[in-house]
Design a protein around this ligand. Structure first.
Ligand code: FAQ
Length: 319
């Protein structure tokens, strides 16, 4: 008599998946998952990885022009950290069956998105401080809850990424504090940078909840733990006291404490601008993607050399 394994039906698998998510346990790469969950995770992780890699460009632009050796070393380390984040995230996407060269191809052909914030130019060294303070600050607000995301490899990558982003946020704030204690011209540079980056930072959290096609599904699967509007509000509440400590005015006349709500009210966001930037029409979209494409092409010899070395090594091991 042969013993046959009882067939595990799709219903059992789906039930197991749903129960795992409901118990706040992690879905791991070997586990069964609905195709929609897999596709959503690949989309979000790939967009996140692309953001980290494209996000190296605006600040990288200032490495050769940093005002001191100390500032140059800090900036170099920060930009390298962003590269590292991109690599962890591409690896997390690979655990879902995504192919890394294919993801790169989708980025450089404009078929996959990256964060809108990196399509704005960096016009002065104060922008480096403001990106650390506001952009990394927004990234932390968005990403700390993702440490509890239901997909294991993504949640675990997020723990280290958030630690590094917190450090970046501090260094940005410290740079701005130094500039605010400096000359009138330096204070003016900070104010100008804050004015340009404030509204785009609020757009990083995505469209308002009513216009966010993915939030409901991603919340039900515990990929996202809070809605776009909840996180945006958290960021505003966290940042206003920091702006006061710095001595800068955020460019929003409607920004005021609402005691009844226990939150800051803020003005209307120009959602047409976000749509424009996401669809490729932002100030630097073409430049960012062209630069990434050029870097990819310039790196072809490294990939070929690595593949040739791996093949040779494999041959040596077989012999
Ligand atoms: N820019 O339905 P939702 C960083 C897209 S890393 C571009 O609300 P979802 C570190 C969205 O993908 C910054 N596209 O979508 C750093 C969706 O696209 P679809 C990146 C955006 O996914 C600091 C469509 O619009 N962080 O800063 C944007 O539920 C300094 C509809 O939107 C992450 O990626 C946008 N702002 O929520 C590096 C965090 N907003 O469906 C260097 C992980 C929305 O057409 C220097 N991601 N879209 O493919 C997330 O938390 C979510 O994916 C959201 C969007 C919240 C971004």
């Amino acid at each position: 008599m042969t013993l046959t394994q009882p067939e595990v039906s799709e219903v059992d698998l789906e039930g197991h998946f749903e129960r795992t998510v409901a118990k706040d346990q992690r879905i791991e790469p070997r586990d069964w998952m609905p195709e929609g969950y897999r596709a959503t995770m690949i989309r979000q992780i790939a967009q996140h990885a692309h953001s980290e890699i494209i996000g190296m460009q605006p600040e990288g632009n200032w490495i050769t022009r940093a005002p001191s050796l100390r500032r140059k070393a800090i900036l170099l380390a920060k930009v390298q950290d962003e590269a590292g984040h991109g690599l962890y995230l591409y690896s997390a996407a690979e655990t879902l069956g995504a192919d890394r060269p294919d993801l790169t191809e989708r980025l450089i052909s404009g078929r996959q998105k990256y964060s809108s914030i990196f399509n704005y130019p960096t016009l002065s060294f104060a922008d480096v401080g403001v990106i650390g303070w506001l952009v990394d600050g927004a990234a932390i607000c968005n990403q700390v809850p993702l440490c509890r995301s239901s997909y294991g490899p993504y949640a675990r990558a997020m723990i280290r990424i958030c630690k590094e982003e917190s450090f970046h946020q501090r260094q940005g704030f410290e740079l701005l504090m130094t500039m605010m204690k400096g000359t009138t011209a330096q204070r003016e540079m900070v104010r100008d940078a804050v004015n340009r980056f404030w509204w785009p930072s609020l757009m990083m959290f995505g469209p308002p909840d009513a216009d966010s096609p993915n939030t409901a599904r991603s919340m039900a699967w515990r990929i996202k733990r809070h809605t776009n509007d909840e996180l945006r509000q958290r960021f505003v509440d966290m940042t206003v006291p920091q702006a006061e400590a710095l001595g800068v005015t955020l460019p929003d006349p409607d920004l005021k404490w609402n005691a009844a709500r226990g939150h800051y009210d803020f003005g209307a966001i120009d959602w047409t601008e976000l749509k424009r930037v996401i669809s490729g029409e932002g100030p630097c979209n073409a430049q960012r993607v062209a630069h990434r494409r050029r870097a990819h092409e310039d790196g072809a010899w490294v990939r070929e050399a690595a593949a040739a070395y791996a093949a040779k090594h494999e041959g040596a091991v077989r012999d």
